[in-house]
Design a protein around this ligand. Structure first.
Ligand code: URA
Length: 221
């Protein structure tokens, strides 16, 4: 018997327009990026080096959304430049989607970590932090105007859909997000770095298979 596909409906709860700095930042992605530099919407800015904003073509047809910058991204000020970013770039190349042609961003724009000696260990953002950062992502989506959103993992899906969304049952298929915008949900590339060695190849192949659904969106432009 065929299982019914899970239905995903956007459920973003929007705060009053104008109450978040993202809504006062103007109408260009550059103005939005500039305004985000001084964001104080949640306490994560205090320990982070800098805001790490999205990057890519101003009208990219595909927008990939990760969780939050990691240690290397925090220091460099660019998204997905560490090990997870390397894996993501490789997987995109495998499906003929050059990374330079997509917009890459995060649900949360500051690195959250705890210090263990000298090491800064990644900490998952909580719902309040995801919500505080959501308006930056919402405005990125509005200004870039992608035809496809790719949610990389649970935090991205949480921000995009406004509620907890199981990744494994919703991954690997196209959902309708909004008129003219499809949504592809898949795992976060750092998941692939953490799986046991014997599962790595298989999980990487599944990730690449998911990303294959993105390719036609590049050709359509
Ligand atoms: N993980 C993310 O989710 N985003 C980055 O930019 C880097 C690692």
């Amino acid at each position: 018997m065929k299982t019914k596909p899970a239905i995903v409906k956007p459920a973003i709860v929007k705060p009053a327009i104008g109450s978040h700095p993202a809504d006062r930042a103007g109408e260009s992605i550059e103005a939005l990026r500039k305004a985000a530099v001084t964001c104080r919407a949640c306490p994560l800015w205090k320990n982070a080096t800098q805001t790490v904003f999205g990057e890519g073509p101003a009208h990219a047809p595909i927008m990939l959304v990760g969780e939050q910058p990691g240690d290397q991204e925090d220091l460099a000020g660019h998204p997905f430049v560490g090990p997870a970013g390397g894996l993501l770039t490789r997987a995109l190349a495998a499906v003929d989607v050059p990374r330079e042609q997509v917009y890459v961003t995060n649900a949360v724009k500051h690195f959250k970590f705890e210090l263990r000696g000298k090491r800064r260990l990644h900490k998952k953002p909580v719902d309040a932090e995801i919500a505080a950062c959501h308006d930056w992502l919402r405005r990125e989506i509005e200004l870039i105007g992608p035809n496809l959103l790719v949610a990389l993992g649970a935090t991205a899906a949480r921000s995009i859909l406004g509620r907890a969304t199981p990744i494994m049952v919703n991954r690997g298929k196209l959902h309708q997000y909004a008129p003219g915008i499809s949504l592809l949900i898949t795992v976060h590339p750092s998941f692939l770095l953490r799986v046991p060695e014997q599962d790595k190849d298989n999980e990487y192949r599944r990730f690449v298979t998911d990303l294959e659904l993105a390719k036609p969106f590049l050709r359509a432009t």
